[in-house]
Design a protein around this ligand. Structure first.
Ligand code: UD1
Ligand code: CA
Length: 505
């Protein structure tokens, strides 16, 4: 949505409250939903207003909240409210810290994670158009329980905000509520806050009392009804948090589907607000697209897949897998049952298959790690095949080492590549090898014991067993010398890379 910048001089987020009802050691505003903390959502909604300064009032869990702020909104300043004497006191602390504010100040509760930039923008516009000293965002709700009621006079003008605990039955019956978002003239609000008392049911200084005081002064105040009440919902306990999380997800999925993303089962698909999914991508049931993940056009993700900060290229496929901080190239395939860890980069057309774990590895174009392998700290060239059950032995118990695999390499099944080691272009390794030395380009690396057959062993040492009987029926000799079947390599015209595609051009 195109927005003209609105003149808000400063943003104040109230986030010092304990959030007792969350029953959690985590400060309330740090609880997560849809890819951000509650506080992060509020800051993101306020960001497009382009305020010169943003102040967040912290108190309960102040260290954690301030640290989080540094990470997600370094432009914002934390201001400490030593004692939680109420939202009015918190706002006063913030305005003191701000000093002179040019233009209006937006004051917003930190526990309103569904707020949208458009809603704040419309509130500020309404405030400016009306020429009010203070404008409060309101919402018409079915169940106003626990919220401040908006009292209007016969002409519809806002007269007061009354907290539920202080309301008489007639006032409680009002279904228009205070959303906890206010835009006002900083000097006027600051002055009115000095007059706010605490003679109410909670013994707190209510920010909401400012409105009534300004009305009594004869100052123009207003209420702007949010077009969608859902935007204004607060979040006070775990049940509400789960509901808000679901609502946020529905909103994200609605937007994606409108833009052409195929969501097979919205009930079990979770996409963070921070993720991006291109049109014609398909999200199968049980899929989570989290963090800064991006999914390209035509990619198919899921079922039952979690992506955290993963880039999925166009036309790629990721099935029943868990992937984090990875890049999956265009037309690459992952899964089922793959675990891609940080630093995994699959080039175009690469494949990581069933029961494969990867970490800090570049897999070149069209290279394949089809089954049962661990690939860590490695570079694999293009067109190579890593046989089933290969392990990149990257850890010597103290430090990690890298493995380099060239282009068009065939690593045999059950190869241990003991890093640091390099397999040259076009080289092979024999199945079951423990490769500790480099294999030059085009060579076959063989590093395994020779096979010895002890003839007749079963009939001598396991007589009268079904195996011995089977051996006898097959004409196996009851005795005879052990035979050496030759070098490992000569028994392996095919090194046994364990991939069904082995030998294909
Ligand atoms: C508040 C409003 C209520 C409104 C509702 C919307 C007041 C008195 N009431 O009620 O009219 O309908 O929000 O959700 O404001 N805070 C501080 N320091 C304090 C106390 C609170 O920073 O000392 C912060 C909290 O972290 C919170 C906000 O102020 O973000 C509101 O406080 P809260 O206790 O959640 O108020 P509500 O009872 O929800
Ligand atoms: Ca609240």
């Amino acid at each position: 949505m195109q927005q003209t910048p609105s003149t808000v001089g400063a943003v104040v987020v109230l986030a010092a409250g304990q959030g007792t009802r969350m029953r959690s050691r985590t400060p309330k505003v740090l609880h997560h939903l849809g890819g951000r903390s509650m506080l992060g959502h509020v800051l993101a909604a306020a960001e497009p207003l382009g305020a010169g300064r943003t102040v967040v009032v912290v108190g309960s869990g102040r260290e954690a909240v301030a640290e989080h702020l540094t990470a997600v909104a370094p432009h914002a300043t934390a201001v400490v409210q030593e004692q939680q004497n109420g939202s009015g006191h918190a706002a006063a602390v913030a305005l003191d810290a701000l000093g002179e504010v040019s233009g209006a100040v937006l004051i917003v509760n930190g526990d309103a994670p569904l707020l949208r930039a458009e809603t704040l923008h419309a509130l500020v516009q309404a405030h400016r158009q009306a020429g009010d000293v203070l404008t409060v965002l309101t919402a018409e709700v079915d169940d106003p329980t626990g919220l401040g009621r908006i009292v209007r006079d016969g002409g519809g003008a806002v007269r007061a905000i009354v907290e539920e605990k202080d309301a008489d039955p007639a006032t409680r019956a009002i279904t228009e509520v205070n959303a906890g978002v206010y835009v006002g003239d900083a000097a006027a609000v600051r002055e009115a806050l000095t007059r706010v008392g605490s003679s109410n049911q909670q013994g707190e200084q209510y920010l909401t009392d400012v409105l009534g005081l300004l009305v009594a002064d004869g100052a123009p105040v207003g209420g702007h009804r949010a077009p969608d009440a859902a935007d204004t919902l607060g979040c006070n306990d775990q049940r509400e948090l789960a509901e808000r999380r679901r609502m946020l997800n529905d909103r994200v999925l609605d937007d994606l589907m409108r833009a052409g993303v195929v969501v097979i089962d919205p009930m079990t698909t979770w996409v963070d607000v921070t993720a991006e999914v291109a049109a014609e991508a398909v999200l199968q049931p049980g899929t989570q697209v989290l963090g800064a993940s991006t999914i390209g056009a035509g990619a198919v993700v899921g079922p039952d897949t979690t992506l955290v900060d993963v880039e999925v290229g166009e036309g790629a496929s990721v099935v029943r897998s868990h992937c984090q901080l990875a890049v999956i190239g265009p037309a690459a395939t992952v899964g089922p049952f793959s675990y891609l860890r940080a630093g995994t980069e699959l080039a175009r057309g690469a494949k990581v298959g069933a029961f494969v774990e990867t970490k800090n590895v570049q897999v070149g174009e069209d290279s394949k790690v089809p089954h049962l392998s661990y690939v860590g700290d490695a570079t694999i060239g293009r067109g190579s095949n890593i046989g089933a059950a290969t392990v990149f032995v990257n850890y010597d118990g103290v430090v990690k080492h890298r493995t380099t695999v060239g282009d068009h390499v065939r690593v045999g099944s059950d190869t241990m590549l003991v890093a640091p080691v390099t397999i040259g272009d076009g080289a092979y390794t024999a199945a079951g090898s423990v490769i500790t030395n480099d294999v030059p380009p085009g060579a076959m690396g063989v590093a395994r014991a020779r096979q010895r057959n002890v003839a007749g062993w079963v009939r001598r040492r396991r007589p009268r067993t079904p195996a011995a009987e089977a051996a006898a029926a097959a004409g196996g000799a009851p005795d005879g010398p052990a035979t050496d079947t030759g070098t490992a390599a000569s028994t392996a015209p095919s090194p046994g890379t364990g991939d069904e595609q082995q030998g294909q051009p």
